[in-house]
Design a binder for this molecule. Structure first.
Ligand code: DHB
Ligand code: FE
Length: 280
């Protein structure tokens, strides 16, 4: 039986990739954010996951506004990155795990989630930055990827409750997977930020703390607000917390504990956070 080692949650601001590229992680602006990562890397180096199931949102690289699946699951043997216009170097392709992807897809469909299946899929900074943060030194990444994209960019968005349920269905799939791999669940995005409009630059540290405080033990608390209310509380891009909520669902309903948290304002326009949640 597969083992879920726990969850790694992080912001995915593209400028983080630029900072890594320029090697400025220790400069005063960046250090408070990058200081949150060694603990994650130590945990991953020790737990040695074979597979990463990553909940993220695409920002217009693979899905544009004309075709926007609410939930999309990758089922490819490889996922390529491509230029998004942020000036980042291209990431080498991410190896997939199509067998586990199809197993997850079958569970989701049998649990009545009407998902989009993607046998080819580009992945953007929302996936590549968290991977680079977690495995910076690996020429070949040690994990195979099952990517799950959630629409957080164009209304109507899925409810937080639905995202938690989606994650719980993925958890059922993982616990029924016959392989003996170790699996890390990843949720990316957030925390509070708004990039455009009258509230550009909006950050809500109080709401972010509420989300982080409840994520491990009482994630239902994060599902009480409508997506419109979450946008009001977290900003129009802070609604990326939906990815964290789905990832939390994939950790299941057993006892879990928060083992790491880092929170820093701002990185670019974003309240940047990194967390690890592990089985208690
Ligand atoms: C920023 C944050 C994001 O989540 C994103 O996808 C792009 C940019 C930012 O704060 O610059
Ligand atoms: Fe984003």
């Amino acid at each position: 039986m597969a083992t879920i080692i726990g969850g790694y949650f992080t912001s995915h601001v593209p400028a983080i990739g630029g900072a890594i590229h320029r090697g400025v992680q220790q400069e005063p602006y960046w250090k408070p954010f990058f200081d949150g990562l060694p603990r994650v890397r130590e945990w991953l180096a020790q737990a040695q996951p074979d597979i990463a199931v990553c909940f993220y949102n695409d920002h217009g690289l693979n899905f544009f506004l004309d075709k926007m699946p609410t939930f999309a699951v990758g089922a490819a043997s490889e996922y390529r990155n491509a230029d998004e216009g942020w000036g980042l170097p291209l990431y080498r392709p991410f190896a997939g795990h199509p067998e586990l992807s199809w197993h997850v897809i079958e569970q989701l469909v049998s649990d009545e989630f009407d998902i989009t299946t993607c046998q080819s899929m580009l992945v953007d900074h929302a996936l590549s930055i968290p991977f680079e943060l977690a495995w910076p030194d690996h020429d070949v990444r040690p994990v195979k990827l099952v990517p799950i994209a959630i629409n957080t960019v164009q209304f109507p968005l899925p409810s937080a409750r639905r995202c938690l349920a989606l994650g719980q269905s993925v958890h059922r799939a993982l616990t029924r997977w016959q392989g003996d791999e170790k699996i890390v669940v990843i949720g990316t995005g957030g925390l509070s930020h708004q990039l455009d409009g009258e509230r550009a630059g909006f950050i809500n540290a109080e709401y972010d703390r509420f989300c982080m405080d409840n994520l491990a033990a009482t994630p239902e608390a994060l599902t009480q607000d409508s997506t419109t209310e979450i946008v009001r509380l977290a900003g129009s891009q802070g609604v990326e917390i939906l990815n964290w909520i789905a990832a939390r669902g994939a950790l299941g309903q057993g006892a879990l504990r928060e083992t790491h948290r880092n929170y820093h304002i701002p990185i670019s326009n974003t309240a940047a956070a990194t967390m690890v949640i592990e089985p208690a």
